[in-house]
Design a protein around this ligand. Sequence first.
Ligand code: G16
Length: 541
Amino acid sequence: MDFEALKKYSALHPKPAGLTLQYGTAGFRSKAEQLDHVMFRMGLLAALRSRATGSTIGVMVTASHNPEEDNGVKLVDPLGEMLHPSWEEYATQLANAEEQELQKTLTEICQKAAVNQQKDASVFLGRDTRPSSKKLSQAVVDGVSVLGSQYHDYGLVTTPQLHYMVCCQNTRGQYGKPTLEGYYQKLSKAFMELINKSPGSGEGQRHLKIDCANGIGALKLSEMQPYLPKEVLIHIYNDGTKEKLNHLCGADFVKVHQKPPKGLDMKPNERCCSFDGDADRIVYYYTDTAGHFHLIDGDKIATLISIFLKELLAKVGQTLKMAVVQTAYANGSSTRYLEETLQVPVHCVKTGVKHLHHKAQEFDVGVYFEANGHGTVLFSKAAENTIRQLAKEEKDDAKKEAAKVLENLIDLINQTVGDAISDMLVIEAILALKGLTLHQWDAFYTDFPNRLLKVQVADRQVIETTDAERRAVTPPGLQEKIDALVKKYKFSRAFVRPSGTEDVVRIYAEADTQENADALAHEVSLAVYHLAGGRGAPPQP
Ligand code: G16
């Protein structure tokens, strides 16, 4: 390591003394002006991680669903997964080391993680459309370069595209070509083959309105459009030319507020969906003829995909083990439907794609979705090989056809991480193949009335949770209070947890009526405010 160069470059990206930031649910997130040193240091860390794994590592500059003024960084591991938890700790140490401790901290990480500094290193970079992203991404380049690592800067890409590139690179092209063209070609080819099999194929066009949250999704969808079949007409809204990123639009806004985004005009029964700021989440919605808004969130997406996969797996006659992974935010009605009606095992894990992804890897076919629309499907290598072999060699025509559909799905799904573009195409293909309208899909089950709220506290880390975040362990008395409040309402539950991407505590409540869910969520938010050091004025109903 060239410590002189390190010192020189680090001085160009100084750490504000005393500032500490935590590696959160999906990397670091903060106000953009606080992040220059974090980016430089994550460039350093990516180079070390690359040497430790002997693989290319990804660095994505984005704060996803957060406001435009924020920014953040997500690190991508060799197969396109989120950074391994053992390295999250190193990331936090490195980000928070004061200037004079930087060299020592780096040396310690190299020792603990047995990094061979003679090895080559390679880093892939990407960034979202935030005004601050370009400069912050240059800070990553400085960090990567000062440790002598190679890098390839993809510039503006969606987060899942970067995950995809990293996986393609490290599997030496087995997963696909590590180029945007390769991504568009692989997905559109699989999509085309699926759509051509649908009963309505050739009978006119399918329209879909997409709210791109004024973010990167708009750019990349436009690029992909020429690759898509003419039967599928996508209409892009909130493309970032007029309004601010994520402002009153995007998947997070639609999910939390349960209402349409600004800037997208909806006619009854039109198919609409929203991406989030870096296009790794998607939710669908429509209004009925009476003008009522209907949200189809990640839980319903998981259900649609599970139904379809279960039918196909039954047709190919394979006893592949399938399961669904959710978080505590999953609507109770979805869990019940999956377990009781569909008879698919469901597992609940902590919030964060890394936790869902990890659990889903335990099954032949693991479907994971957060209610907020972040999710994908994982196929084990063995399951994928079996399916591909059946698609090629099976004698029974019906079985062979089902295997081919599964094979196309495997190619269409971005198995590295939740991907709004890929998920949208998967959903469109399933709806077309099954001849389903959004109304029919929505009617699979009825969500229990629910409410999501946020409360600001002085230090959100005072709340510690257990049981996949469904119970609070600290501060003392909070869980007892929540239990007492929940008892007041029928068919109710509630939980609280500190966000790992925003400076807030999140509150979730379900009850028998919307009024009761709202009341319960409000009462729990007051309990958090009073027992966990609320900031500002108490929450209002
Ligand atoms: C990230 C994570 C998601 C998580 C979300 C909210 O999404 O990737 O798994 O659900 O943050 O996390 P929290 O409740 O801890 O703030 P994104 O789309 O913002 O990167």
